[in-house]
Design a protein around this ligand. Structure first.
Ligand SMILES: [Cu+2]
Length: 227
């Protein structure tokens, strides 16, 4: 129960991750294997492990768009928590895409009524990108909620929005599993929009998984879930 409470408190949760797991990121698989082989007691179940992966690297002057580490091996039942630990306010996502039809771009054109008025909430902070098509239909570019919020699209195309800092159990059939933008805890406050800091996935199904960042498609992470 204590662990559950910690998971529900974003700040404490991150402190927990930092203190317990940061230094052992590289030892993930070894630690797990050692635990299970050295007990000599096949009747006691192995407790699932939680590993931490940094989303973005670098410091306040130089940031690197990569996952750190970008490859891990874990066991079925284990979980991974991705978190943004970079000093700069640069968001990244952790996004599993099984079906390229569900890539979910960040900006999308939408039809709107020709007399719709757009008023910025904040003074002089931009205007919508819009265009009138050849047949007089008006189109505006809008941000795609599925890219910018924690979202799952199931195998049967059900779209589910998750909570911020979610813990999601992957069943392996999803078309799209997205953390939404992750920002460092101290950087979240500089945005009006409420971003997550972390995203946790529980992997019960063995297999090879790849994920990417919707902002930086060259960011690729891979993981192997062993039976
Ligand atoms: Cu990124």
């Amino acid at each position: 129960m204590l662990v559950v409470k910690i998971f529900h408190l974003g700040i404490l949760f991150t402190v927990f991750i930092f203190t317990i797991h940061i230094s052992s990121v590289y030892a993930t698989v070894d630690a797990k294997n050692n635990n299970s082989s050295s007990t000599g007691n096949n009747t006691s179940p192995v407790k699932p492990d939680n590993y931490a992966i940094k989303v973005g690297e670098g410091n306040h002057t130089v940031s690197y768009t990569k996952y750190f580490p970008d490859y891990v091996e874990i066991a079925a039942g284990d979980s991974i928590t991705w978190y943004n630990g970079v000093d700069v306010p640069l968001p990244h996502t952790v996004t599993f895409i099984n079906d390229l039809g569900n890539t979910e771009k960040i900006g999308l054109p939408f039809y709107v009524s020709n007399n719709t008025q757009f008023t910025p909430v904040l003074n002089n902070l931009g205007e919508p990108l819009e265009e009138t098509t050849g047949n007089g239909t008006r189109i505006v570019m809008m941000l795609n909620a599925r890219a910018l919020t924690p979202t799952v699209i199931t195998a049967d195309n059900k779209v589910m929005e998750l909570k911020k800092d979610s813990i999601y159990t992957l069943n392996g059939t999803e078309k799209f599993v997205n953390s939404g933008p992750l920002l460092s805890l101290d950087k979240k406050q500089t945005f009006d929009y409420s971003f997550s800091n972390s995203f946790t996935v529980v992997f019960n199904k063995p297999g090879f998984y790849e994920y990417t960042c919707l902002f930086h498609p060259w960011m690729i992470g891979k993981l192997l879930v062993k039976p």
